[in-house]
Design a protein around this ligand. Sequence first.
Ligand code: SF4
Length: 382
Amino acid sequence: MKNQSKKSKSKQPRTEMPRGLYFHVPFCLRKCPYCDFYSVAYAKQATEEYVRAVVRNLHAVGTGELIDTVYFGGGTPSLLCPEQVKDILAETGKAFTLTDPEVTLEVNPAAHRELADYCAAGVNRFSVGVQSLIPKELSLLGRLHDAAEAEQTVREAVRTGARVSCDMMIGLAGQRQADLLYTAERLLKLGAKHLSAYLLKIEPTTPFSTREFSTVSQDEDGQATLYEVLCDFMCRQGLRHYEISNYAVPGEESRHNLKYWQCGEYYGIGPGAHSFVDGCRFAAPKDLSVFLQREQQEKIVLETQVNSAQEYLLLGLRLDKGICFTELQQLGLDAGNLKKLARKFETAGLVRGFPEGFALTERGFLVSNAVISRCLEAVEAL
Ligand code: SF4
């Protein structure tokens, strides 16, 4: 582990795309039993120290380069008050060049404030952690908000004129197709133009992995059916299923998240935040007190020489536009074996081929881990 030094400041991203900036805001009112993101209990004073540490780090890594997406994720970023978000964005503007940035703030319906004040601070996109509008599902998930509060937050977010995305959960025990579609339809009616729908996954270190919660999730078949029902519904509503778990009215896709999936680079600030700079992936330790104490956040190097071709396959196949054989060739690979494999998957209904490349189908998205690892093996075998 070593501190990022000013000497190693990067001037140019490797891709044509400007880099993004991610802030991990590690505070929550209460830990949800399924969540393994790094967070600690909210304390006002700690948020003040956190903002000071973020500003130190911004100036330590800031190069003046162009940044076109900023994302406040967590944790619960809406536990920072609008003034704190404004201070961070003002310092971001001094450390980097912000040109027409997409600025997203994750909002927890149980911890929302006056959302218009965040817009005045520079936020132009909200991601609301709704999860469900069905009371028994919210209670199963141990969420602090109820359906009425979630609806009110979405309504208020839409009213600000900002772009609005909502998170939904698929595959909870007892979740019926009608329940899932009720939540999706209601959120769209309220004005959300982007939905992220995640299959409930039991993470090993969370309370949901214990025996007490052994029945919270549906089995694989149940989850698969719900996933397909939702895909079909979203498609009929005119939303583009542009990534495995993400749907958007065309033009409303998340620019920041697309950067991740298109192998773009980004800076990450905050405990547990990941960065991808100059082809190197690294993370800050998941420890708020270390983050607050240090002049500059430590970096744990995860990967020094990212394999661009592998990354392109791994991430590109998450997207509806898939991958292109010419791009693979430009990354130095002969795609011959992959083309043969893609034809086999096409026969099985898992991919759809087009002259320049291929993409996963909805069924392929459901088994994406297996399909993508077979594709990676085919490339490695060359
Ligand atoms: S799901 Fe969101 S609110 Fe709940 S513990 Fe995780 S980060 Fe915090």
